[in-house]
Write a protein that binds this ligand. Structure first.
Ligand code: SAH
Ligand code: MG
Length: 201
């Protein structure tokens, strides 16, 4: 049941991402995320950080009955995402918003989501969580990408290059906060660049 529009679009996306250095998810990371989503079977997903639409399209392909809303702030990436989503024939299943997620009006979304996937500015996950976590349905699952930051978030802060310390500190703090959060069951998977899975109780 492979859809050839999706397959050819995914090839174009990968080529574009490589050429323009767009940090789409690695194969191992996206495959793990899709496995988790297949187990969960959400009917609605919110993604923060669409880039050029790769992960949103992969999720739509894996879960044909699931609706996906996604947000991207970069002009060029947003335009490419719109183009690729249309080319894949998924513009009925994926709705993309052109906005900074930290300034976006919540009333444009929801009312709630079974899954939320955060894959945007790495130092801001806690702010995304505080804002969008409210839209997570009871029993819903929050997934966060890049929890390892290519190994940097596993080192002592003194070993991290100075200009990256604030971001890495934020990631570590956010991980600890979610691990200790009374309303969530949290686990950290080492697949890809590290995926944190937080299930709302
Ligand atoms: N999920 C994508 C990759 C996302 S890369 C995939 O795997 O295919 C991270 C994206 O988040 C970048 O394109 C960046 O522009 C976007 N981003 C970062 N901060 C954001 C914010 N505050 N609001 C919306 N998008 C943001
Ligand atoms: Mg990522």
């Amino acid at each position: 049941m492979t859809n050839e529009h999706i397959t050819t679009t995914l090839q174009s996306i990968k080529a574009y991402a490589e050429q323009h250095h767009v940090p789409i998810m690695e194969d191992q990371g996206i495959d793990s995320l899709l496995q988790l989503l297949r187990d969960q079977q959400p009917k609605t997903v919110l993604e923060i950080g669409a880039a050029i639409g790769f992960s949103a399209i992969k999720v739509a392909e894996a879960l044909p009955d699931c609706h996906i809303d996604t947000i991207e702030r970069d002009d060029e990436r947003f335009d490419k995402a719109v183009e690729f989503i249309k080319k894949a024939g998924l513009d009925n299943q994926i709705r993309i918003f052109h906005a900074d997620a930290l300034e976006f009006e919540l009333k444009e979304l929801g009312p709630s989501y079974d899954a939320i996937f955060i894959d945007a500015a790495k130092g801001q996950y806690d702010r995304f969580f505080e804002k969008y976590g409210l839209l997570l349905a009871e029993g819903g699952i929050l997934y966060c990408d890049n929890m390892k930051m290519h190994g940097l978030a596993e080192q002592e802060i003194s070993e991290v290059p100075k200009r990256k310390r604030t971001m890495i500190r934020n990631i570590k703090q956010f991980r600890e906060k979610m691990m200790a959060h009374p309303d969530f069951d949290t686990s950290l998977l080492s697949a890809g660049d590290g995926i944190m899975v937080c299930k709302k109780k």
